[in-house]
Design a protein around this ligand. Structure first.
Ligand code: TRP
Length: 445
């Protein structure tokens, strides 16, 4: 099976498009807010640098050496016990599971783009009511926009790696950076910018505890798209002479830079016009629209642009969440791309309906088990168990299973003096860190 090749810039944009997603613009600011800002940001940055960067290289390496879908790549590269190691590749299923709620959230964003043209909530209370009534009683709106997200993603996947994924990233990623960059520049002219800077970068260590630490590590994984084979699948289409370290550097750099720019901008607006660094997942859907209202007409324009940028970030990540399974069925079962894209799309579309229903009054009672509804369970199982497990498997696979001389012959020329540190980190530091994260996210620690 011959795989289409990304262009050099195309790969970086697509991989950065995967990494830069709802995690950066929606999730990062509110968890940074929750754990008190500065110190949390510092832990997150250190994790990205020390663990994220080295797993990013490892995941790229598996795809680059394997050259096929995730399952075949594991199978191909394992020197023995191939039938066992191939299960490492089924980690790709995590992406489809993430899509079950990711697509629903993109639907909310579509809805917010449309309503921002004519309406912004005047108070926090009103903003809360608007979000709450969409979430708890408006099935039709959520269903319609979730379906639009599904159609869009399936269409792009069906167009293939170059004509679909690369092309979409080629337009949406620069557009996203221009929108966020422009709004960021505006934010720097506001008085509250220095407060935002202080909040994000002045480390207050009293707020840092084990939980903050673990959340930072887990988030570093999610935001860099590590642990489920998205980066791996894209890397199977790298040029033969590609430099993995440089590619990994660019992806990590863009992802981190965009998270920080988005965070500074949001906190500036919230300090200047809103209620300060709001906490919780409602930050961009509740506190932010209320702050935009205070800005007057420019607030409407900003709201529309902001939600467009957020939708772009979500869509470029979505295709990377589904593509690994699409590639799997094309490679291993010789399905046509059309069939693979449509069936994978229908999978997350169908279960997404239950994710919507699990917040709707009257239905949620049937879709709640224990403390969480279906939506939250899917989020939790993917982020707390599947991704860290995937990261662990990849680190161990590159660190212990692929023969060292094969890894070394590719990576030493690229990493030079840093090779030994990278290899050591994969073998010992990363597995231990991932294991601890998993246990504590699962509530064992
Ligand atoms: N990184 C994306 C975000 O920040 C989400 C994402 C896309 C992802 N592809 C992934 C997470 C693969 C884990 C694995 O929103």
């Amino acid at each position: 099976m011959k795989i289409a090749r990304f262009s050099r810039v195309g790969f970086i944009l697509a991989a950065a498009g995967s990494a830069v997603g709802l995690g950066n613009i929606w999730k990062f600011p509110y968890i940074a807010g929750e754990y008190g800002g500065g110190a949390f940001v510092l832990v997150y940055l250190l994790t990205v640098l020390l663990i994220g960067f080295s797993i990013m290289i490892a995941e790229m390496l598996i795809g680059y050496m394997g050259r096929r879908d995730t399952v075949s790549s594991f199978e191909e590269l394992a020197p023995t016990k191939k039938h066992l190691w191939k299960f490492g590749g089924f980690q790709a299923l995590a992406g489809l599971c993430i899509m079950i709620f990711y697509s629903v959230v993109i639907g909310w964003i579509f809805n917010y783009i449309v309503t921002s043209f004519t309406y912004l909530p005047a108070t926090m209370q009103e903003a809360e009511n608007v979000f709450g009534s969409m979430l708890h009683s408006d099935f039709t709106t959520q269903f319609t926009y979730h379906t639009i997200a599904f159609l869009w993603i399936t269409y792009v996947l069906n167009r293939g790696l170059k004509g679909g994924i690369e092309k979409m990233n080629f337009f949406l990623m620069p557009a996203l950076m221009i929108i966020l960059g422009g709004m960021f520049l505006y934010a720097t002219t506001l008085g509250a910018f220095s407060e935002a800077l202080h909040f994000m970068f002045y480390p207050n260590f009293s707020k840092i505890n084990g939980e903050a630490f673990v959340t930072a590590v887990g988030h570093a994984f999610f935001t860099l798209s590590l642990g489920m084979g998205a980066i791996m699948t894209y890397s199977a289409s790298l040029e033969k002479d590609a430099n993995l370290v440089k590619n990994a550097f660019w992806v990590v750099f863009l992802d981190t830079a965009i998270a920080i720019v988005a965070g500074l901008m949001l906190f500036t607006f919230l300090y200047q016009y809103g209620s300060g660094p709001a906490k919780g997942p409602g930050l961009v859907f509740i506190s932010l629209p209320a702050a935009f209202y205070e800005m007057g007409i420019i607030g409407n324009i900003f709201a529309i642009l902001f939600f467009i940028a957020l939708a772009f970030a979500g869509l470029t990540s979505s295709v990377s969440l589904v593509e690994p399974m699409v590639q799997y069925f094309i490679d291993r079962f010789s399905w046509s791309r059309l069939k693979a894209s449509v069936l994978m799309g229908l999978f997350f579309w169908f279960f997404g309906i239950f994710a919507i229903l699990s917040n709707i009054d009257g239905a949620k009672e049937y879709l709640t088990w224990g403390s969480k509804n279906f939506f939250d369970w899917v989020d939790y199982i993917t982020a707390a168990i599947m991704l860290p497990l995937g990261g662990l498997i990849m680190a161990v696979f590159v660190g212990f299973i692929i023969p060292k001389n094969r890894v070394e012959s590719i990576m030493r020329p690229q990493l030079r003096w840093a090779f030994d540190a990278w290899y050591f980190s994969l073998r010992y530091i990363t597995p231990v860190a991932m294991f601890v994260v998993m246990l504590s996210l699962m509530g064992v620690l």
